[in-house]
Design a protein around this ligand. Structure first.
Ligand code: PGA
Length: 260
């Protein structure tokens, strides 16, 4: 445990990559590179495409692996006539413990608004899943210098109506859109500036220690070579990793950031 008792979390967002066979193999390869102690010090989670969840579950159960898994999205609805959607209860039935919502790619290509993100956070909590709620600004907003207020407003919108007890269960991921998949990592100082502001906002909204319990991740071109610098910042509790999570060697280096 570090940073006020918040256990670091490294979550691999596989996006639309790997079929079920490849997914099974990657989980095994990842587990083979991490020992018991490393998987105790840091929580490791993979976020495969929906159709891979069953084989990831099989790999985890067969190997009794201390690796968690979850989905990249979740329906805001509990069940019914919502063609193509996946409900939280379907995810927990597969052993999922996490669900992502508000990823910038879903905000951009699927018009996921703060209202929808908020409904998805509530749906995840209602199903017993830990939400990983993404926020982050585009390049235009960063260049105009409005990144802090923009991401704080996304945080407010996404958490609307939640109790302090519920918010303590949420993981927030700050992912500046201009740093996703571009190789342009925000500097650790850039990430800390926004993540520190998000934590300060949580303290304002929920007085009484909630802000110290919420884990806030950084995401955007995180690799084995830059994870330690990012994790050295006081408010950053882990990473949401895209590209590097598809490589067992590099993702395991991220998990072992403290050894680098
Ligand atoms: P990246 O993606 O690590 O490939 O930049 C991060 C994300 O989109 O979650």
């Amino acid at each position: 445990m570090t940073k006020s008792g918040r256990r670091p979390l490294m979550a691999g967002n596989w996006k639309m990559n790997l079929n079920w066979r490849e997914a099974h193999l990657l989980v095994q390869q990842l587990a083979a590179r991490l020992n018991e102690q490393q998987l105790t010090d840091v929580e490791v989670v993979v976020l495969p495409p929906f159709v891979d969840l069953r084989s990831v579950q099989a790999a985890v159960e067969e190997g009794k692996l201390k690796i968690g898994y979850g989905s990249q999205d979740i329906s805001q609805h509990a069940k019914g006539a919502y063609t193509g959607e996946i409900a939280g209860s379907m995810l927990t039935a597969l052993g999922c413990t996490y669900a992502v919502m508000g990823h910038s790619e879903r905000r951009q290509y699927h018009s996921e608004s703060d209202e929808i993100v908020n409904a998805k956070v509530q749906a995840a909590l209602a199903s017993g899943l830990t939400p990983i709620m993404c926020v982050g600004e585009g390049l235009d907003i960063r260049e105009a210098g409005n990144h802090v207020e923009y991401t704080v407003a996304q945080l407010d919108g996404g958490l609307k109506g939640l109790t302090a007890e519920q918010v303590e269960k949420v993981v927030v991921a700050y992912e500046p859109v201009w740093a996703i998949g571009t190789g342009k990592t925000a500097t650790p100082e850039d990430a800390q500036e926004v993540i520190g502001a998000l934590r300060k906002r949580l303290a304002e909204l929920y007085p009484g220690g909630t802000a110290d319990k919420v884990r806030i991740l950084y995401g955007g071109s995180v690799k084995g070579s830059n994870a330690a610098g990012i994790m050295a910042k006081p408010d950053i509790d882990g990473a949401l990793v895209g590209g590097a999570a598809l490589d067992a060697e590099d993702f395991s280096k991220i998990v072992c950031f403290s050894e680098n």
